[in-house]
Design a protein around this ligand. Structure first.
Ligand code: PEP
Ligand code: MG
Length: 576
């Protein structure tokens, strides 16, 4: 009978192949003593050297395959083997207590792993996996066994493991490995991030049951849904083989849109951009044909750690994105913390209505130390590409004017101290609060551009929490009240000769795209995976027709009417 597992959709795609199950047993060395501590010390040092050479080889191969950034994980591994706290403690146990090398290393590494695993900081917790990975490698060398060498897999397979270390993932032979499934892990674990960069389907966190999957079992994975079938029935196998063929055909078909501009059927040009949250996302944006970064959510640089990122670290991150985009526009949003995004180390007072409280720019205007450091990092990065700075959650004009004044002060100081700052970057704002949408004509005189954050604009317009299922009937992107606000913002910006984007989820929504195009939106910013289907859709639409149709949609009574109006006209145009 088919068994079914549900895990986290870490990297999309479909795969059908037999399982190669990696041993989940971690080797635990028995307590051992040595008669000759000096020789044991030598044996340990030689094993460390060999492990260093192996890691260096993997590092070089990863750099060639995935770039310097992914290879940095292995620089971290090399540093672990140079960490005097670890190495000297092991050596002391061998020398002073005559402990066997495997046993001494295992014991010492375990104390590191346990200490790191208990930390709140996710990045430090991930270090525990790195220490386990590196010490396991040295122990394998000492024992004279080869670890699970994934580069040796020769037949088509799906790899099943308790967890995959970054070195395992980097070594996957993608000629034959169709996907992988792990028992533990999260969307942000290293292996999940690497799977997305490698574009290999992956499901993580599928639960302890995956350990019982027999080696060689037939597997079907729908990684887009996070679903795994073990021993599928012939009917299931046929259904998924068809689904996979359709998926592959669709992907291949969409590729043709990657290098093209975004132009409607009647020649109206728009820009399709990517939303990113971390540096790894830039490559994916480019691979998917992004013409710009329309939203860099910088708060992710601040989250999952125990202290603020330094100005220098931020500068390096912004410079990296600007350089990688090589002159294409990059809209970097200043810190948008608060609401559901918390930074425990800032020790902010609890609020009873956090989404209506001191969020985003409101907090930055209060905590100017944090804000100014980010602005300096952005200004210093500005000469490295086509930067556009954007302020989130503005409700009143004074906030925009204050933020611009602070930016100008930091710019003047940097220039006075001889730092190069671009003279031409734009400064814009998000339209997320209804007051800003309604008064867009006033804001358009002060801002160089607008990006409409519909995720928040809908919740504040409808007074319906974007995360509360019970009021989700009110959270309706196609409601005429939302579309009217969008139209007003675009019209007001046009009067002042300014451009407008949308970076909320609706920018990539196939039903919303015709309406936004018709209303005169310039830039559509979305997750990388939505870019090619969106470009295809734009290419199928007549801008002229939708200019009229979208304005008709605004006078409909509700979101359902708008939705069926769009569907009807799309079907009409497809038949025509
Ligand atoms: C939005 O509100 O639409 C937006 C893009 O910002 P975030 O989702 O980060 O709040
Ligand atoms: Mg928002």
């Amino acid at each position: 009978m088919t068994r079914k597992f549900k895990g986290i959709a870490a990297s999309p795609g479909l795969a059908i192949a037999r399982a190669v199950v990696l041993s989940t047993e971690t080797y635990v060395p028995a307590e051992s003593r040595t008669e000759q501590p000096e020789r044991e010390l030598e044996r340990f040092r030689a094993a460390v050297r060999q492990a260093q050479e192996e890691i260096e080889r993997i590092r070089t191969a990863t750099e060639a395959k995935l770039g310097a950034e992914k290879a940095a994980i292995f620089e971290g591994h090399l540093l672990i083997l140079e960490d005097p706290d670890l190495i000297e403690t092991v050596e002391a146990q061998i020398r002073d207590e005559a402990a066997g090398a495997e046993y001494a290393l295992y014991q010492v590494a375990q104390t590191f792993v346990e200490a790191l695993s208990q930390l709140e900081d996710e990045a430090l917790r991930e270090r525990a996996a790195d220490v386990r990975d590196v010490s396991g490698r040295v122990i394998d060398v000492l024992r004279g066994v080869r670890g699970g060498d994934l580069s040796q897999l020769a037949d088509e397979c799906i790899v099943v493991a308790s967890d995959l270390t970054p070195s395992d993932t980097a070594q996957l032979n993608l000629e034959v490995v169709r996907g992988f499934v792990t028992e533990i892990g999260s969307r942000t674990s290293h292996s999940a991030i690497m799977a997305r960069s490698l574009d290999v389907p992956a499901i993580v966190g599928a639960g302890a049951g995956v350990r019982d999957i027999p080696d060689g079992a037939m597997l079907v994975m729908d990684a887009t849904e996070g679903m795994l079938l073990v021993d599928p029935t012939p009917e299931e196998l046929t259904a998924y083989t068809d689904k996979k063929a359709a998926y592959d055909r669709r992907r291949a078909e969409l590729r043709q849109w990657a290098g093209r501009p975004s132009v409607s059927a009647d020649g109206h040009r728009v820009e399709i951009a990517a939303n990113i949250g971390q540096l790894e996302d830039v490559q994916k944006a480019l691979d998917n044909g992004a013409e710009a970064i329309g939203l860099f959510r910088t708060e992710f640089l601040y989250m999952g750690r125990s202290a603020l990122p330094s100005e220098e670290e931020q500068f390096q991150s912004y410079k990296y994105v600007l350089e990688k985009m090589a002159g294409k526009p990059v809209v970097i949003r200043t810190l948008d913390i608060g609401g559901d995004k918390e930074l425990p180390y800032l020790d902010l007072p609890k609020e009873s209505n956090p989404f209506l409280g001191q969020r985003a720019l409101r907090l930055c205007l209060e905590r100017q130390d944090v804000f100014r450091a980010q602005l300096r990092a952005l200004l210093r990065a500005s000469p490295y590409g086509n930067l556009k700075i954007m302020f989130p959650m503005i409700a009143v004009l004074e906030e925009l004017i204050d933020a611009k004044r602070i930016l100008e002060e930091e710019k003047r100081q940097l220039v006075a101290s001889g730092v190069a700052v671009s003279e031409t970057f734009e400064v814009g704002m998000m339209i997320e609060v209804p007051s800003a949408a309604v008064s867009a004509d006033l804001f358009a005189k002060e801002a160089d551009f607008f990006s409409i954050g519909t995720n928040d604009l809908i919740q504040y317009t409808m007074a319906a929490d974007r995360m509360n299922e019970t009021v989700s009937y009110l959270y309706q992107p196609y409601h005429p009240s939302i579309l009217r606000l969008i139209r007003h913002v675009i019209d007001a910006a046009r009067e002042e000769g300014k451009w407008v984007g949308v970076c909320g989820e609706i920018a990539g929504d196939p039903t919303a795209i015709p309406l936004l195009l018709g209303l005169g939106l310039h830039e559509f910013s979305m997750s990388a995976g939505s870019i090619l289907p969106a470009r295809e859709r734009v290419g199928s639409l007549s801008h002229g027709d939708w200019q009229t149709l979208s304005r008709q949609a605004l006078s409909l009574r509700g979101h359902r009417e708008v939705q069926s109006f769009v569907q009807q006209h799309l079907e009409g145009s497809e038949q025509a």
